[in-house]
Design a protein around this ligand. Structure first.
Ligand SMILES: Nc1ncnc2c1ncn2[C@@H]1O[C@H](COP(=O)(O)OP(=O)(O)O)[C@@H](O)[C@H]1O
Ligand SMILES: [Mg+2]
Length: 251
């Protein structure tokens, strides 16, 4: 397992946003988290990526205890949460967006002023292109990010995370707002990348994601209430009741 949580809890003013959650992500897998609104999915990934401190429990990444390390330390270890590309960066090209992704990391900024930058920069461009190829957006390298479709932007966000050295990509609703055809091709691309990186994904659109998912966890009221292979988990009567039932009532 690349990631494991052990009785992970997070409370907000006494509300059990996350309560004794045990999840594991196998290396090279796409692991899915589902559950109704307010069930604690985002809280779980925010605790894992260090944006919230855990109140109880432990997180292990590659066997190492990373509980309550800072988001910066956690991302350096290789757990990268993808974020929407900020408006200002959308004026830059696809390649530029990938190239500047690692600048948050102290050493590359340092190396750039120590004279090694020419060699370093060539290597960075090569690496950026490899990642764009992997995500099948290399042909878009000189387009401004604001010209991209919703799905292509998501792939660019993923490319930026890969450039930061992701071993585990953590994504909150990566295909929200992406048309079904592109969403499906995104998931196919992700599954082709499983040799390079593992995925922990929160996603509602089960019709699209389920066939690409290796293992799924179902949350309700901050707790993991079911887990298993995706196709089995959605048959579980408890899951149908708390998740699919609620979702149907909402829509
Ligand atoms: N920053 C926060 N402050 C207070 N309560 C929060 C905060 N984040 C989440 N919660 C609460 O924790 C519970 C789980 O929320 P969340 O993790 O966002 O659920 P989900 O992503 O499954 O919709 C909800 O009751 C929500 O209101
Ligand atoms: Mg959420």
């Amino acid at each position: 397992m690349i990631l494991e949580t052990n009785n992970l809890s997070k409370f907000f003013d006494g509300v059990k946003a996350l309560y004794r959650a045990n999840i594991a992500v196998e290396k090279g897998s796409i692991t899915l988290i589902i559950g109704p609104n307010g069930s604690g999915k985002t809280t779980l990934i925010n605790v894992i990526s260090g944006f919230y401190k855990a109140d109880e429990g432990k997180i292990f990444f590659e066997g190492r205890d990373i509980t309550n390390k800072s988001p910066f330390e956690i991302s350096r270890l290789g757990i990268i949460r993808t974020f929407q590309i900020p408006k200002a960066l959308k004026k830059l090209t696809v390649l530029e967006n990938v190239l500047i992704a690692p600048l948050g990391h102290g050493d590359s900024a340092f190396e750039s002023i120590t004279g090694k930058w020419v060699k370093k920069e060539t290597e960075l461009v090569e690496k950026a292109f490899k990642i764009l190829e992997l995500l099948k957006i290399d042909h878009l390298w000189d387009r401004k990010a604001h010209e991209l479709s919703g799905g292509q932007l998501k792939l660019l966000e993923t490319a930026r995370a890969m450039m930061k050295g992701a071993k585990l990509l953590v994504m909150d609703e990566p295909i929200a707002g992406v048309n079904p055809v592109l969403a499906e091709s995104m998931l196919r691309i992700f599954s082709e990348m499983k040799k390079e990186v593992s995925f922990l994904i929160v996603e509602h659109r089960l019709d699209i994601v389920l066939k690409f998912v290796d293992y799924a966890y179902v949350m309700a009221n901050g707790m993991v209430i079911a887990e298993g292979k995706a196709e089995d988990v959605i048959q579980n009567p408890r899951v149908v009741e708390v998740y699919l039932g609620v979702e149907n009532r909402e829509t």
